[in-house]
Design a protein around this ligand. Structure first.
Ligand code: ADP
Length: 331
């Protein structure tokens, strides 16, 4: 598809180049040919002046023969020039057509990968549910307890599907357009994010220590709350019961520096460069088995920081803990 689009674009660019080149050549031919005619008539006029009109015939013939020859040479040179433009212009057009299409091609490839990953993630819980329901339907002596167990298990899968669809929606709808430049309080956003994750923290007996200065940035309050709750949620998810999570927000020149540190399992060196990619999950059996997720949280966090002209980075020591630092411009 891209090959034929590149060829079409090449032809379009080439048509523009050739139209310009041919137009220019025609204009050049007209001007030069008029100039040649003027130069050819000069010796005839001179001859006429010196020897009179009866003797001028031969010179006129010679002059017009010369003029035709010069015009022919001019035509030939312009033709050669246009053939050169066609060859070189073709190469240049193809190069620029590929360059124009490269980002679109890359984007489409990314979309394809994304759709593939998303459908794979959607299929896993659906397949599990389908298998359980089919087995239950075949069992004619299904007890009430077994039915309740089946429903509970299905409900778990439904919850996973819901969290996946919420993640996908959040990734799709987090755009720069939703980022009004309203001043917002980091302290207020932090409190809201903490209250969103507090149930999960309590369930794992994780305690928070929070030090936030009352700083203001410009942006979207809800997106900043989302960003903080993703980081806090991960800190809870990837930490052992009873551990400690630190959240701080301080001023650093013209920026606010927010950091979330945990004492959890940490991230291996080879995973660190990839954790902000969509659907990336560190491939340790502990991560995949114990902490449920789809690898979308940090991709959303990165998108939010980008829209706020900020940066996000992670540092980690395996088995010791991780620190995520977000830097956002102050209002
Ligand atoms: P999810 O948590 O749903 O898998 P994320 O995008 O939030 O997806 O995180 C991507 C991966 O980064 C996780 O699967 C995990 O391996 C790693 N990770 C993120 N935060 C932490 C953390 N605080 N401690 C250890 N690993 C983390």
């Amino acid at each position: 598809m891209f090959h034929s689009a590149a060829l079409k674009l090449t032809l379009l660019y080439l048509a523009i180049i050739m139209a310009l080149s041919i137009g220019l050549s025609v204009a050049l031919y007209r001007v030069s040919s008029a100039e040649l005619a003027r130069s050819a008539s000069r010796p005839v006029d001179l001859y006429n002046l010196i020897f009179g009109p009866d003797k001028v015939g031969d010179v006129r013939d010679l002059s017009s023969q010369q003029l035709e020859k010069d015009r022919g040479r001019l035509k030939f040179n312009l033709l050669l020039f246009n053939i050169g433009v066609l060859v070189v212009g073709g190469g240049i057009s193809y190069f620029f057509a590929r360059r124009t299409l490269a980002p679109i091609e890359e984007n489409l490839e990314m979309q394809k990968r994304f759709t593939g990953d998303a459908s794979h993630e959607l299929r896993t819980p659906l397949t599990a549910m389908q298998a359980e329901i089919e087995v239950a339907l075949r069992n004619r002596s299904l007890t009430k307890n077994e039915s309740v167990e089946l429903l509970k298990s299905n409900l778990e899968e439904v919850a996973k599907l819901k969290s996946l669809s919420e993640g996908l929606l959040s990734l799709a709808t987090t755009t720069g357009k939703d980022t009004p430049h309203e001043p917002l309080s980091i302290k207020a956003a932090t409190s809201e994010a903490i209250s969103q994750v507090s149930k999960r923290a309590q369930a794992k007996k994780i305690n928070f220590s929070i030090t936030t200065k009352d700083l203001r940035i410009r942006g979207n309050h809800q997106q900043i709350v989302n960003l903080l709750s993703i980081l806090l949620d991960n800190a809870i998810k990837y930490s052992a019961k009873g551990s400690h999570v630190k959240l701080s927000a301080k001023r650093d020149n013209k920026h606010v520096l927010i950091s979330v540190s945990d004492q959890g399992q940490g991230i291996a060196k080879q995973d660190l460069p990839h954790i902000f990619e969509r659907f990336y999950r560190a491939d340790t059996s502990r991560t995949k088995n114990q902490a449920h997720g789809y690898g979308l949280g940090l991709a959303i966090a990165k998108k939010i920081t980008d829209h706020h002209k900020g940066t996000i980075a992670a540092k980690s020591v395996p088995s010791k803990g991780s620190t995520f630092t977000v830097r956002l411009p102050l209002a």
